[in-house]
Design a protein around this ligand. Sequence first.
Ligand code: HEC
Ligand code: HEC
Length: 360
Amino acid sequence: MKLTFSFSKRSGLIALLIGASALGVGLVTAADTESDLLARAKQVFRPLPPTAHVDDFPHSAARVELGKKLFFETRVSTDGRTGCVSCHNPSHYGADSLPRSVGVHGVLMPRNAQTVFNTPLLVSQHYGGNRVSVEEQAWKALTSPFAYGNKTFAEAEAKLHTLGYKPLFEAAFPNEKEAVSAQNWAIAIGAYERTLLTPAPFDQYLKGDTKAISTDAKAGLEKFINYGCAGCHNGSTVGGQSFQKFGLVEDYWKATGSVEIAHFKGYDKGKFHDTGKEEDKWIFKVPQLRNVAMTPPYFHDGSVATLDDAVRVMARVQLGRQLADQEVRQIVAFLGTLTGEVPKQFKEAPQLPVAAFQRP
Ligand code: HEC
Ligand code: HEC
């Protein structure tokens, strides 16, 4: 009997495999390559955990709920319209889509805002790592001249009282004499941020569902590992776990077109601005790549507009490699598998206490 074949690659491969197994030849099959890639991926990446709560910061439903309100509250800032949500917005995947954020009283910030999703899982906060936890980050934002602009924590606490937050703080921090405090503000916001995790198709893949991501994405994943991207961008957050020099092969600004920034008296030198140590010059926290497709523009100053170009810049300045268009497309397809859903507790704005903002 004569069988008819359409000579697609696939039936060609099947014919080859049948032939090979008939001959008893040991052959790397498509299934082997598939499970090999998954095994290699599992060595460098992990699925997201269900939550990011830690024993150091006990949480409760009341705390998370208060934290959400405070996250969306802008009246604690000195212009009455700046809050976490201004720069970490639900419509922009927890970031703001600006090259550099606009802070209190319209001041241009020196850096690009990262997303707040998954950040409690990072080794520390900010590009320079100058905040050990999301709690410390939220606390110090209150008196930052770029964020809330308060001169003192007491000034911020007084506003929380005026706005009517006392009962909410008391519910979230029972048995505390002074429940309304800058520290509790930070713990509540942290409790909320620790719920903002975004599982994605890549997590399904890591858990063994090899159909969860496309063939292109798998080709991109393979290159991401083989070319060395995963040497820096790894773990459950695909980055955010270490500090590395930006510009290993050549000065980063030549590839990104970054400009000098007055606040840094020149090009941004990363961690150096926090520690003053020579060895920290040009060292930046490796950013997480979860949801990276949704949070342009790229790099610490938003100097690169598209993900394609960001990937090209990385290959060039970190690895000395010129990527072909197809390689870029595949790596970008892989990065797309890191896009999760905007958490539902972030999508919907909370009702804030009813009180008028008093302009100082
Ligand atoms: C005016 C804009 C603005 C406001 C307000 C603001 N942020 Fe940010 N946020 C930024 C920018 C810009 C960065 C990057 C700073 C850096 O890396 O040096 C950042 C960084 C962060 C990070 C670190 C992310 C990472 O990957 O390291 C977290 C977490 C964060 N913000 C949470 C908050 C919270 C919570 C609030 C409210 C208490 C807040 N932000 C208020 C602009 C803002
Ligand atoms: C030696 C460490 C290292 C290697 C290797 C590396 N990166 Fe990075 N990556 C970084 C650092 C550090 C940054 C932050 C640079 C900055 O903005 O200051 C970064 C930033 C990025 C960004 C921008 C993220 C954002 O939110 O702005 C992307 C995308 C990226 N890397 C992808 C890749 C890809 C793809 C590869 C492989 C071709 C790669 N990286 C290789 C360290 C590395």
